[in-house]
Design a protein around this ligand. Structure first.
Ligand SMILES: Cc1ncc(COP(=O)(O)O)c(C=O)c1O
Length: 359
């Protein structure tokens, strides 16, 4: 093991460096919270997963804004504005001397009282940055997903638009079960039984050459997802946001995931289905790799694809002109004649997983 590997293998609470905590940098090992914190007991905690490339956090302002919005969704205000969090994050990355790395801002309700309803509890914020390898060592060769028995809850069951610790119990359970079954990650369905997302990434299917992805009505509105949709438009691809039935996996020619940690991650298996490493995913992965390092501009794909939560018709946007898809996705479309199912690749070893954050 190289010294760098050793540093990465050390427990997260026993490392050198500093962590930004409530407005100041404290020694890494001293960044602690009280055991009676609301955030620990009742899920009164929100967080972000960010990634630095060449010393710059990609989409930093979007992440800070989402952290503030997640806290509001959970009923508390952060004592720092998104702009102040941006500045603190830049400083944390600089002090860590990070070129490539992971950044974890987290905010939680403190230990002033252990009341479940604790609007007056103090709110704390920390930002840690550290070097971090790829999550899937064999990622470029694709990962295997297992459909979970846990489902993403409905918007009237849980605050699904918030990136809150309260929701990640499900992903944690689902991911552990997937790994125990020899897979790399879990694929969660939503409360309706439609395809939702992986434990820390959004889902895309390639169907008839077009990208199809669930609308963010009960999955996280991923910042990478938005970027990839914009990149897809720039590449002249059609993007359809609509609810997808699990059976549509049968005729998908490519499947991939998007997320800050995952980037554009090809999927080679979902349960018994097999997928090749396809051209569409590869083109988007390449475009994404360029854009995160500032090597290419990307149009803002965030706002033009809104699909209402109760509307099963997806919005199709193809290179600027939009039209509404009429696909009734409750019924899985029949397999296209002449589309062979990708051959199983039993000889492909499951990619090893490096323990790391996925969120
Ligand atoms: C559940 C979940 N879905 C999707 C994503 C992808 O979001 P982003 O692209 O903003 O990292 C994440 C990661 O934050 C996640 O945890």
């Amino acid at each position: 093991m190289t010294p760098a590997d050793q540093a990465l293998a050390a427990p997260l609470d026993d490392r050198d460096g500093v962590i930004w905590l409530d407005g100041e940098f404290v020694p890494w090992r001293a960044a602690r919270l009280h055991v009676l914190s609301h955030g620990l007991h009742y899920g009164g905690s929100v967080f972000e997963g960010e990634r630095a490339y060449d010393g710059q956090v990609f989409k930093l302002s979007e992440h800070s804004a989402r952290l503030v919005a997640s806290a509001r969704r959970m009923g508390f205000e952060l004592p720092w504005s998104a702009t102040e969090l941006d500045a603190a994050t830049r400083e944390a990355v600089a002090l860590a001397g990070l070129a490539e790395g992971y950044v974890r801002p987290v905010a939680w309700r403190g230990s002033d009282t252990l009341r479940l309803v604790a609007p007056d509890n103090s709110v704390h914020v920390a930002i840690a940055a550290w070097p971090w390898p790829r999550i899937f060592t064999d990622g470029p060769r694709g990962i295997r997903l297992r459909t979970s028995r846990w489902r993403r809850p409905a918007p009237d069951t849980a605050p699904v638009t918030a990136k809150t610790a309260a929701l990640y119990a499900l992903g944690s359970l689902a991911g552990q079960e997937a790994e125990e079954a020899g897979c790399d990650d879990a694929l969660l369905l939503d409360h309706r039984g439609r395809l939702a997302e992986a434990t820390g990434a959004n889902l895309f299917l390639v169907l008839d050459g077009a990208l199809h992805t669930p609308p963010p009505d009960c999955v996280l509105d991923g910042i990478t997802r938005r970027t990839v949709i914009a990149l897809a438009h720039d590449l002249g691809l059609t993007v359809v946001e609509r609810h997808l039935a699990p059976a549509e996996l049968d005729r998908a020619t490519e499947v991939f995931l998007t997320g800050t940690a995952y980037e554009v991650q090809p999927v080679t298996a979902v349960d018994d289905r097999r997928y090749p490493l396809g051209e569409v995913g590869a083109a988007l992965a390449e475009a994404y790799a360029r854009v995160v390092r500032g090597g290419a501009a990307v149009s803002d794909g965030g706002s033009s694809h809104a699909v209402t939560a109760d509307d099963d018709r997806g919005t199709v946007a193809d290179g600027g002109s939009s039209r509404t898809a009429t696909a009734d996705d409750d019924r899985a479309p029949a397999p296209r004649p002449g589309t062979p199912a990708p051959a199983p690749r039993p000889d492909t070893p499951a990619p090893a997983v490096v323990p790391g954050e996925r969120g």
